[in-house]
Design a protein around this ligand. Structure first.
Ligand code: CTP
Length: 377
């Protein structure tokens, strides 16, 4: 658990003035009841940079979105808009109260004051606001700054996870990201949380956000530890994937780290099938030649190979570092010109030439053509 005794609200005015895009936002929000909220306030207190700026308004969203200019995507259901202007991503939401009709369902929302809006949020550290007009003061009715200082993650009320069980997955993400400890009541509520009412798509969306985090594996470990989802060997694979992608530029260029980590834990038949392929590759006896590595690797998507690599196929490094770059000097046209009919014979010939080249048995154009023609005929 990491505490932050250095957090000091009196630094807020200065930090707010230094926030990239603040002038633009001040100009656009002039005369509106607008607030910096949520993660944006939390990260301001922590002195962290972040990609997006969250704003809540106690009025309609559109006038502010339009005043900001730039590219806008509006979502009517929750009265929110995302605006991209200059290099800034600004998320605007109308301050709202939420009502959950049944666990796991999306809430019914109604316009509300900023205080009601803060009260409907997930954790105290996300339930703070700073007004954008007038004096820069921290609105912190739930003790978020103290919790952040102490390194504690705490829900605002006992029904938080029952209302929205995806918050349990968010808890793992924040806990891993900021090394937060759980307050005792929150820990108890977490262990009682049932994710069965949440759709697979929403679970996948939360896992995807986790996969994009630096400490993804730790968050996934917490999800298992808290009994939220049965992720099997996923967290262990994710930890190994983190190490692989931290240490290898070739793997980074070849495959997506975040996608591979998501694939290691995502629910559903398709991911499961892909994991099955990776496991099979990992169980394969080490190939006897580069050509055999090529044959085994070539039909899989990069992220399947990444999982296979960390699950027990270190020989895939050779494919990623070297073999995948090897190209023939000849092409199908050379074979057609030499009289091979269009069709499967061409592929057979080229494959044979590539195998020979990978294994060091073809030294140039002439060798490749000879071997390809032998195999094609
Ligand atoms: N929120 C919530 N319950 C959820 C999702 C979001 O209460 N299930 C609230 C939180 O107060 C959160 C805010 O909505 O701060 C914005 O959500 P999101 O953009 O997902 O998180 P950020 O705060 O931006 O955090 P980060 O991007 O750093 O993960």
């Amino acid at each position: 658990m990491t505490a932050h005794p250095e957090i000091d609200e009196s630094q807020l005015p200065e930090r707010l003035e230094a926030l990239p895009g603040i002038e633009l936002i001040r100009r656009a929000t002039a005369g509106m009841p607008a607030y910096l909220v949520g993660g944006a306030v939390r990260d301001l207190l922590l002195g962290l940079e972040r990609a997006d700026i969250d704003i809540a308004v106690e009025s309609e969203v559109r006038p502010l979105a339009e005043a900001l200019g730039g590219q806008m995507v509006e979502h009517d259901r929750f009265e929110t808009a995302a605006v991209a202007v200059d290099d800034h991503e600004i998320d605007i939401a109308r301050a709202r109260a939420e009502e959950y009709e049944r666990p796991g369902a999306l809430p019914t929302v109604s316009p509300a004051t900023i205080h009601e809006d803060l009260a409907r949020r997930d954790f105290t550290i996300n339930a703070m606001a700073v007004p954008l007009a007038g004096e820069t003061e921290l609105l912190d009715p739930h003790g978020g700054a103290d919790d952040l200082r102490a390194g504690v993650l705490r829900v605002l009320h006992d029904l938080s996870f029952a209302d929205d069980p995806t918050r349990a997955l968010r808890a793992a993400r924040y806990s891993a990201r900021m090394d937060l400890g759980l307050d005792a009541n929150t820990a108890r509520l977490l262990r009682e949380t049932d994710l069965a009412t949440v759709s697979q798509d929403r679970i996948t969306a939360e896992l995807a956000r986790i996969a994009g985090e630096r400490h993804a594996a730790r968050a996934l470990e917490l999800i298992s530890e808290w009994g939220l989802l049965d992720l099997g060997t996923g967290p262990r694979l994710a930890a190994a994937l983190e190490r692989l992608f931290e240490s290898s530029a070739d793997w980074n260029e070849f495959a997506s780290r975040d996608t591979a980590i998501l694939l290691a834990v995502a629910p559903g038949e398709h991911p499961q099938r892909l994991r099955g392929r990776a496991a099979k590759l990992a169980r394969h006896s080490p190939p006897a030649s580069p050509a055999e590595i090529q044959v085994l690797a070539q039909d899989h998507v990069p992220e399947v190979l990444a999982i296979a690599r960390v699950a027990g196929a270190p020989w895939l490094d050779e494919f990623v570092n070297r073999l995948r770059h090897v190209e023939l000097e000849i092409s199908g046209y050379d074979l057609v010109e030499a009289g091979v009919p269009q069709g499967p014979a061409i592929g057979r010939g080229l494959n044979a030439a590539l195998a020979a080249k990978l294994d060091g048995r073809a030294a140039g154009h002439e060798d490749e053509l000879r071997i390809a023609l032998e195999a094609a005929r």
